[in-house]
Structures are given as structure tokens and as C-alpha cells.
Design a protein around this ligand. Structure first.
Ligand SMILES: NC(=O)c1ccc[n+]([C@@H]2O[C@H](COP(=O)([O-])OP(=O)(O)OC[C@H]3O[C@@H](n4cnc5c(N)ncnc54)[C@H](OP(=O)(O)O)[C@@H]3O)[C@@H](O)[C@H]2O)c1
Length: 338
């Protein structure tokens, strides 16, 4: 049963994958770790030799978990097919393959059966999509869904390790520059480099993630629409999203407005949420990003009706974007392959 496993990328997600493989006692015969450059790294007191991917041989790997960056120069575009040709099954965290026909897009709580359709590559959805669909899955199954309107408040680690470092450095700079000043002008305004997001993120909110694409929605917002349609295999759900970046290191928050097809009462929806796989519904108690960090569930609170629209409800949802939003979901897919 033991597998030869590779992890590609040792940024925010890659490191989390290595931790989760260990934590869940994934049966590993040999673990190889790749990034752009060769070096040693330490994760939770254990040393790992990172191989430079360019010079490496990918033979004899059963499962390759990709957590490199996206796009032309990203690890998956450059190397996923090479791993597949050598016999590995690739599980990719990026967006390069998610909407391709022969690539299953898997959230195990929802569509694990699809995994057998893979032709070598399986995709992990975007972090924003995963937590939303996990929260809505059983509501969809029980009452149907006509419409979803999402507003996300996304943590900096969603944009990788450097982005969180950027938040840390900006915050320190603002505090150090303003030690003797009144707090009203405290956050204004940094100069110089380290602008990972363009605008300052420390003490700020950036109301758009990525550049505007079709109809003014960004790529991040379109991911929510298209990936949700693919995961639920239902393109009739009307979905629109607004994705914003907030100065939080880890765990995305989402305000989700949804309209069901069938009649649904608050108590029935609460009952469904209480029994939903991967969901922790906290009723009146609030859920916070600080509490979700390092944890597996998708937390849901603040369920309430839209008083002006029939069959319409609000909920607040929080999950660790590096775990259920990425690394944990990828490892759960690897567990399905076992
Ligand atoms: N962060 C999240 O919450 C999140 C959630 C869902 C999905 N994702 C996706 O997961 C992937 C990883 O994200 P991340 O946040 O971990 O990024 P990150 O912190 O920026 O780390 C990227 C890692 O990928 C490696 N890498 C980049 N290009 C490579 C290449 N051509 N060959 C080999 N390795 C390469 C880098 O290597 P070096 O260290 O050598 O530079 C680095 O270790 C991305 O596709 C992202 O879209 C992220």
C-alpha cells in the first residue's frame, strides 16, 4: 500500500502538504520534495532535501502533489505531463488544469466518485470555491440551489508565502514609523517596495483580487462561478462573486447569500449543516479566521433569512485557505487514490 510521493513547491501550500501527509499518516515509502532551487529546509523539526526540479528524474513516483505557482512558468504547466508520462498521478493545486474536460475537479465531500475519470491529472479547486461548496453541498442536495451571491474576505497567504511576509513587513513599518503619533494617522501611508498586492495591505482592504476580466469580474471571481458549476455538475446555478483581500494572514471569510429551489426553513437548514461532512456549524457562536487557522473544518455561523426575498438566506463561512482550501483537500484526494 505504501506509495512513492512527490511534493512540488515548498511555499505556503507545499509546506502544509508535507505537514498534513505526516499528520494523517499517509502511507509513504519515499517522499521527494522539489522546488526551483536545491536546498535543505526544516518543517516542524524535520529536515527535508529539496531537489531542483529542472535537473531531476521523475521515475518511480506514484503520486505527485503540485503546489508550484500557476501559469506558463509554473511547475504544473512545465512538469505535470512529464510526471504523468513517468507513471505518476498528479494532483494539482493551481488553476491551469481545473476546467479541462479530462481533469476531474474534486472536493471529496461532494464528488469523490469523479476521481476514477482521471487521465493522469486531478485538480484541486481554488480555496475560495472549496470552502463555499463544502458549506453549501448538503443544502444543494436537500433543497436545490437557484442562486449564490458570494463576498469573500481573503487572507494574504492565499497569494503565497511572499504575500504574507509582505503584510508582516508593512505592518511593522507602519507601526515603527508612527510610534509617537496619534492612531488616526497611524496607517497612512507606506512608501517603497514590498508591495505584493500593489496597494498597501496593512490596515487596509483591497476590494478586488486580480485584474478585471469579463464583465468587470476578476479571474478569482470567475473561478468561483466556473469551478462551482463543474463540481456540482450544474451550470444552471446563478453565481456571482466579489473577492476582496483583507489584512489577515490565514483563513478566508465568506459572506454567502443563497436562494434555494425548494422551500427551506432556517431550522431545516441548520439541521442539514449540523450533519454536513467537513462542516462545523456553530449556530449563534461566531467563527473567526484566527480560530480556523490550522484546523480542518469549514466553519459556518450567522445563518439567517433574507427578510425581503423568499427561499433566500445568509451565512458566514470561515476556513483555513492553506488546509481545506488547498493542502488538506489535495491530501484527501491522494487518500482516495489509495
Ligand atoms: N495559498 C493558498 O491559499 C492557495 C490555495 C489554493 C490553491 N493555491 C495554489 O497552490 C499553488 C501554490 O501556492 P502557494 O501559495 O504555496 O505559492 P508560494 O508560497 O508562492 O510557493 C510557490 C512554490 O512553488 C515553487 N515553484 C514555482 N514555480 C516553480 C517551477 N517552475 N518549478 C518548481 N517549483 C516551482 C516555488 O519554488 P522556489 O521556492 O524554489 O521559488 C515555491 O516553493 C499555486 O498554484 C496557488 O494558486 C494556493
Amino acid at each position: 500500500m505504501k506509495k512513492n510521493v512527490a511534493v512540488i513547491g515548498v511555499g505556503a501550500v507545499g509546506v502544509e502538504i508535507i505537514k498534513i501527509l505526516k499528520e494523517r499518516k499517509f502511507p509513504i515509502n519515499n517522499l521527494r520534495v522539489f522546488a526551483r532551487s536545491r536546498r535543505s529546509i526544516e518543517i516542524e523539526g524535520e529536515d527535508y532535501e529539496v531537489e531542483a526540479i529542472e535537473d531531476s528524474d521523475f521515475s518511480n513516483i506514484d503520486i505527485a502533489l503540485f503546489a508550484g505557482t500557476e501559469g506558463e512558468k509554473g511547475a504544473s504547466v512545465l512538469y505535470a505531463d512529464k510526471f504523468v508520462k513517468k507513471g505518476a498521478v498528479v494532483i494539482d493545486n493551481g488553476s491551469d488544469f481545473r476546467l479541462k474536460k479530462n481533469v476531474p475537479l474534486i472536493v471529496p465531500e461532494i464528488n469523490k466518485g469523479e476521481v476514477i475519470r482521471h487521465k493522469g491529472i486531478i485538480a484541486n479547486p481554488n480555496c475560495t470555491t472549496i470552502q463555499m461548496v463544502v458549506a453549501l453541498a448538503d443544502i444543494y442536495r436537500t433543497f436545490g440551489l437557484k442562486e449564490i451571491i458570494l463576498s469573500s474576505y481573503q487572507a494574504t497567504s492565499g497569494a503565497g508565502r511572499k504575500a504574507s511576509l509582505g503584510l508582516w513587513e508593512e505592518t511593522r513599518e507602519v507601526v515603527e514609523n508612527n510610534k509617537d503619533k496619534d492612531f488616526n494617522c497611524l496607517a497612512k501611508k507606506l512608501s517603497g517596495p514590498n508591495r505584493v498586492f500593489g496597494p498597501q495591505i496593512a490596515f487596509n482592504v483591497i476590494p478586488r483580487i486580480g485584474s478585471p476580466a469579463e464583465d468587470g469580474y476578476t479571474g478569482e471571481e470567475w473561478k468561483v462561478v466556473r469551478e462551482t458549476h463543474k463540481i456540482f455538475n450544474d451550470r444552471r446555478i446563478k453565481i456571482s462573486a466579489t473577492c476582496a483581500r483583507v489584512p489577515v494572514f490565514t483563513s478566508h471569510c465568506e459572506s454567502i447569500h443563497f436562494t434555494t429551489k425548494e422551500n427551506a426553513s432556517l431550522s431545516r437548514i441548520a439541521g442539514v449543516l449540523n450533519n454536513s461532512a467537513g462542516v462545523e456549524y456553530s449556530g449563534e457562536s461566531l467563527c473567526f479566521p484566527l480560530d480556523a487557522e490550522g484546523k480542518d473544518p469549514v466553519y459556518v455561523c450567522r445563518l439567517r433569512p433574507n427578510l425581503y426575498r423568499k427561499k433566500s438566506f445568509w451565512m458566514w463561512c470561515v476556513a483555513d485557505n492553506l488546509r481545506k482550501g488547498a493542502a488538506l483537500n489535495a491530501v484527501q484526494i491522494a487518500e482516495l487514490l489509495l
